[in-house]
Design a protein around this ligand. Structure first.
Ligand SMILES: [Zn+2]
Length: 221
């Protein structure tokens, strides 16, 4: 799952109009922001095996810190608590924590049974939507589109950067997604890890876009 996570992040905006899209991106994609660092540290591992699934050539061998249900619950709680300590906004903290959790739930739908329930646990779960490319697209593209639609309804541009900044971000996400789906497999795990770290730039981009938009008041609905 890639753009689906971003779709959920966009879509959360009406719930917490004051929270920047950058924070929503960081929460929804937090596990995949953590994962490349853990790969480089050798604490988690992935293998490139073209044909492993119909959608991704990656075999997620070992990622109990970033992607086990138990640790994810901890990351969600921690993310929400840090936000609460910084901003004292309970609704925002809860929504951000749930966004962190939403990543695991969406991964559960698409991954092969490779998501551990807890570190050390041999119980692996995953509903394997990735066995079908059309089925994956049928879930992920509407999620992405609906999220953008909700974000567009909840905000309006302050200046032109708020328009083209947003649409170039959307286009860029779509291009990365197509490259992941239809491009060649990554050359090695280091390349995956560095590309993974580059996702922090998407978070910064979203913060920047959000500064050029404002909550649509009065609410459009
Ligand atoms: Zn993930």
């Amino acid at each position: 799952m890639f753009i689906g996570h971003f779709g959920v992040a966009f879509g959360a905006k009406p719930l917490v109009p004051k929270v920047s899209l950058g924070a929503l991106f960081m929460a929804a994609q937090f596990l995949d922001l953590l994962w490349p660092t853990l790969l480089l540290l050798g604490l988690e591992s992935v293998r490139i095996a073209p044909g492993a699934t119909a959608v991704t050539p990656l075999l997620f061998e070992h990622y109990p810190i970033s992607h086990s249900l138990l640790t994810v619950a901890g990351w969600a709680l921690g993310f929400g608590m840090i936000h609460w300590l910084l901003f004292k906004n309970r609704t925002a903290a809860i929504v951000l924590g749930l966004l962190v959790l939403s990543h695991w739930v969406l991964d559960l739908i698409v991954h092969q049974p490779d998501l551990p329930l807890a570190p050390g646990s041999s119980v692996m779960v995953g509903l394997n939507l990735w066995s079908s490319l059309p089925a994956t697209l049928a879930v992920e593209i509407p999620l992405f589109a609906a999220g953008i639609w909700l974000y567009l309804r909840a905000t309006r541009p302050i200046d032109r950067r708020g328009v083209w900044g947003l649409w170039s971000l959307v286009l860029f996400l779509a291009v990365i997604y197509s490259a992941n789906l239809f491009g060649p497999p990554p050359p090695d795990v280091k390349a995956i890890a560095w590309a993974g770290h580059a996702q922090w730039l998407l978070v910064l981009w979203a913060y920047w876009v959000d500064r050029h938009r404002q909550p649509a008041v009065p609410p459009l609905a």
